[in-house]
Design a protein. Structure first.
Length: 66
């Protein structure tokens, strides 16, 4: 079963940042989760940790998928 996992950072209206996660089966709408941080640096650190965890579980860049 082929799955996808996307992570992105978006700024908030009040100077913070949100980490947006979207995952599911390829071809479906999937699920979305948003976590908001007061400081953009905290969001960067959260994204880094999530990316590292997902890569350890076998996810890879869409560019490298064949």
């Amino acid at each position: 079963m082929r799955r996808y996992y996307r992570i992105a950072i978006q700024p908030t209206l009040f100077g913070g940042a949100s980490v947006i996660r979207n995952w599911g089966r390829i071809g479906s709408g999937g699920q979305t989760m948003m976590e908001t941080f007061d400081l953009p640096d905290d969001a960067d650190m959260a994204l880094f940790r999530l990316e590292r965890t997902k890569r350890r579980r076998g996810y890879r860049d869409a560019d490298s998928a064949e």
